[in-house]
Design a protein around this ligand. Structure first.
Ligand code: HEC
Length: 104
């Protein structure tokens, strides 16, 4: 009985683990995915690296949103980001900025 309970706990943990694996929101895939990934560098920096750059800064979300909207270079030396990525709306930019700051 004990092992059954343990087995169920492990199974539940595995399910929770896979549900928690971060995936880019659909808007991100459509408007940013050509150049960004969560964990790896592509044409632009990985979103986890960006989250790390801003970690602990109180105004991170606002700064990131403003930078996405205006585009350009932010010191990554990877080139220039087009303003609003590939045509993201202000609402999408806001929610993606929040998504990025919350990455660990
Ligand atoms: C055409 C390619 C391209 C697209 C599309 C693109 N980016 Fe970028 N992005 C870049 C590059 C290149 C950089 C790094 C610029 C530099 O070297 O400083 C960057 C940097 C960033 C940064 C870092 C800002 C900072 O302050 O350090 C954020 C955040 C970001 N992108 C978010 C997004 C989001 C969100 C989208 C979609 C709405 C998006 N990007 C779409 C190329 C792109």
């Amino acid at each position: 009985m004990k092992s059954v309970i343990l087995g169920m706990a492990v199974f539940g943990w595995m399910l929770a683990g896979s549900a928690m694996a971060v995936d880019m929101p659909a808007d991100g895939k459509a408007k940013c995915g050509a150049c960004h990934a969560i964990d790896t560098k592509k044409i632009g920096p990985s979103w986890k690296d960006i989250a790390a750059k801003y970690s602990g800064k109180a105004d991170a979300e606002a700064v990131i949103a403003a930078n996405i909207a205006k585009g350009g270079a932010f010191g990554w030396k990877m080139g220039n980001m087009p303003p609003k990525g590939m045509g993201a709306t202000d609402a999408q930019i806001k929610s993606l900025a929040k998504f990025i700051v919350e990455l660990k």
